[in-house]
Design a protein around this ligand. Structure first.
Ligand code: MG
Ligand code: MG
Length: 248
């Protein structure tokens, strides 16, 4: 069931999304060589609480962190801990904040100091694929239109599209219907309606799209060890387009 949010719910989702975006703005200042992923997690925890929210992911299916910190070949769901960030790394921060029962969900990949041209391109193009995916959203569009736009952009840049993990609806649950894949065909899948709220989140790899899961049962990494990037916004579907709820 894909829910249509009421105006009151949309207002709460706007606040949750705003605080999620603000948490990114706050955290990105601390992303530099020498910081640990655990320190970033603690900063996120304190910040989210200071804004009257709770972290959406902490305890979700038993996830131990406030945020997901995925470095280099880690695609998603990296567990914050003792890992020290080094010059040239890239790190995806996936952040969720819950306000009065409603969630925001947004991921962004950041450079750690100076990064290679290949990684710069990966970040730019994955961000580009997010906005190309968003650009087709409006009342009456199909979910498949989004995946078609994302994968077209990925193909243009010769990047691997992760297929096992997908975007999703957002509301009182951080993961609601529908699934929003980063592949597919225009004109297929559920029809988007004004008042739906979805997270679009391309995960693109410099190499193979194949992934596997580490023994910690959380961290997903690329099968060939090449870097991966992840950009995600939670958006409201409107009559003529979309509104980004997790704006920076
Ligand atoms: Mg998400
Ligand atoms: Mg997310």
């Amino acid at each position: 069931m894909i829910s249509i949010k009421t105006p009151e719910e949309i207002e709460l989702l706007r606040i949750a999304g705003k605080i999620t975006g603000d948490t990114h703005n706050y955290l990105k200042k601390f992303v530099k060589p020498g910081v640990t992923t655990g320190e970033l997690d603690k900063l996120a925890y304190d910040y989210i609480l200071s804004r009257g929210c709770t972290p959406s992911f902490k305890g979700y299916d038993g996830f131990p962190g406030t945020i997901c910190t995925s470095v280099n070949d880690e695609v998603v769901h990296g567990i914050p801990g003792n890992r020290v960030l080094e010059e040239g790394d890239i790190i995806s921060l996936d952040i969720g904040a819950c306000y009065k029962g409603y969630h925001g969900d947004s991921a962004w990949t950041y450079p750690v100091g100076k990064i290679s041209k290949k990684c710069e391109d990966l970040l730019e193009w994955t961000r580009e694929s997010l906005f190309e995916g968003l650009s087709v959203i409006k009342d009456g569009a199909h979910v498949g239109d989004i995946g078609a736009a994302v994968s077209k952009c990925a193909r243009r840049h010769n990047l691997g599209v992760v297929r096992e993990l997908v975007g999703h609806g957002v509301g009182t649950d951080v993961h609601e219907d529908p699934d929003v894949p980063n592949y597919g065909f225009a004109g297929t899948g559920p029809v988007l309606k004004e008042g739906m709220v979805i997270a679009v989140e391309p995960m693109l790899n410099l190499g193979t799209p194949k992934i596997y899961i580490l023994d910690d049962d959380w961290t997903i990494i690329t099968a060939d060890g090449k870097p991966s990037a992840h950009f995600e916004h939670t958006v409201l579907v409107t009559k003529d387009g979309y509104e980004i709820l997790t704006k920076r």
